[in-house]
Design a protein around this ligand. Structure first.
Ligand code: ADP
Length: 440
């Protein structure tokens, strides 16, 4: 939205929001004038004000429907709004001048106060378009001066009379209103400038984020290719496919192989994260049987569990439970949660994987009886690059990205993940997904 459009729309929205307030003021003024002065003047002027309100409403509705694209339309609306302001300010001024005439040569407390209220109202609410405010104030100012000057010319009173005092007071009030308008105008301008600088700041942050995200993506892809060949070569060495290594070389090669695997995992996680955050991860949604998925994921991690001397126990996977999801991404979710449960279990421990249906949702719970998570750690558990135990003495490895990615994947499925845990006793992670039929 450009600044002129913003100003025009702010002006119109401000005007519309005060619609009923203005009607109340007009009606109140009419009642007062009809009661104390002349019914005909009151009604005539009231009708004129209503007509100007009607014109104003019509233009305002057009402005609110305007999509802001067309520069020529901005000019046209500005002209229309200026003209309708001239009309309504003239209607109000005429009203006041007629009342003053009815009163004769005297102190015009009521009409001048009406005029003062109208001018202050304009200063407070019309500052978005300085040109329009200026025109309105010029008309009110002319009426303001006309009333006491007309009396002075007709009565030609001595300088000490009340009429002269009224004239001087009017000058003072006029100055006050002009000053108020300047203050409101300045506030509004400052607000606009702040919005502009916030927008520029946001654009800069977005551009920087884009560059950083591209950088992560390019670097990760470039690292992955050579790493695949390093991992492959080390795998062959470790498994003895190229002959038996001396013991010392075998030990070093084992470590190098493990680390190359960790590095590959980190790169995969980084790429996933970058895709998720850039909104570029596409989910291949399909009908997925969670019973099968749980069994497959348990099979996939059986090797890791055996190495760590942990038993995996599955429950509730006898019957199919269907959800709508991306099979591979849901496998990734299970691998993250299960591998954590195994990593944080005690030697000889067990992990229970339970599948249940609750109302329209399916729930997978993964319970371990290991280290547990201290209270108040949710942000670190689901954060990026954060681990609950970030000390150098940490026994288990990991990137600290797994659960963050897991949560984002599940949110992309309309699902959720949470946990309950007791330090020293173990942890249960819950994965909730809508059942397939609930999507129909
Ligand atoms: P990491 O790659 O470190 O496992 P995750 O995002 O998967 O990263 O997990 C973040 C942290 O949450 C872990 O480092 C660990 O501190 C904690 N955590 C996750 N699962 C468990 C669990 N089952 N038991 C204890 N702590 C856990």
């Amino acid at each position: 939205m450009n600044q002129m459009e913003q100003q025009i729309k702010d002006f119109v929205r401000g005007g519309m929001s005060l619609f009923w307030q203005r009607q109340l003021m007009f009606a109140g003024a009419t009642v007062v004038v009809a009661q104390f002065l002349d019914v005909r003047t009151a009604l005539l002027s009231y009708l004129l004000c209503l007509l100007s309100e009607f014109v104003d409403l019509h233009i305002s509705k057009q402005v609110l429907r305007w999509d802001g694209q067309d520069e020529a339309a901005a000019e046209r609306f500005l002209r229309l709004l200026t003209m309708s302001s001239i009309f309504s300010a003239s209607a109000v001024s005429l009203y006041v001048v007629l009342v003053a005439h009815q009163e004769g040569q005297t102190l015009h407390f009521a009409p001048l106060f009406f005029l003062f209220s109208a001018a202050l109202f304009a200063a407070m609410n019309n500052h978005q378009l300085p040109g329009v405010l200026f025109v309105r104030l010029v008309i009110y100012g002319a009426a303001f001066l006309y009333i006491p000057i007309h009396d002075l010319l007709a009565a030609r009173p001595p300088l000490t009379s009340d009429l002269w005092m009224q004239f001087v007071t009017v000058l003072f009030v006029l100055y006050f209103i002009i000053d108020c308008s300047r203050v409101f105008l300045r506030f509004y301008r400052n607000g606009l400038m702040q919005i502009d600088s916030l927008r520029a700041e946001r654009d800069r942050a977005e551009a920087a984020y884009h560059v950083q995200s591209q950088f992560v993506s390019v670097v990760s892809h470039e690292l992955r290719t050579p790493l695949t060949s390093i991992k492959g070569a080390l795998g062959l060495l470790v498994n003895g496919a190229l002959g038996k290594l001396p013991e010392k070389a075998q030990r070093i090669t084992d470590i190098a192989y493990k680390n190359s695997n960790r590095l590959a995992m980190l790169i995969d996680d980084l790429l996933d994260l970058q895709k998720l955050e850039a909104g570029k991860m596409v989910f291949q949604m399909d009908k997925v049987d969670l019973s099968q998925l749980v069994r497959d994921s348990v099979d996939a991690l059986e090797g890791m569990a055996r190495t760590m001397d942990v038993t995996l126990r599955t429950h509730g996977t006898e019957m199919p439970v269907h959800v709508r999801g991306d099979h591979d991404r849901l496998m990734q979710v299970m691998a993250n949660v299960l591998s954590n449960a195994i990593k944080f279990s005690n030697k000889g421990g067990a992990v229970d994987i339970r599948l249940e249906k609750t109302n329209a949702r399916a729930r997978i719970s993964v319970t371990d009886y290991g280290t547990g998570i201290p209270e108040g750690s949710k942000e670190r558990v689901f954060g990026k690059f954060t681990q609950v135990d970030s000390s150098d003495q940490r026994k288990v490895g990991g990137t600290g990205l797994g659960l963050n990615i897991t949560r984002q994947i599940l949110e992309g499925h309309g699902g959720s993940i949470d946990y309950v845990s007791k330090l020293g006793e173990g942890t249960t992670f819950f994965i909730d997904l809508d059942l397939y039929s609930a999507h129909r």
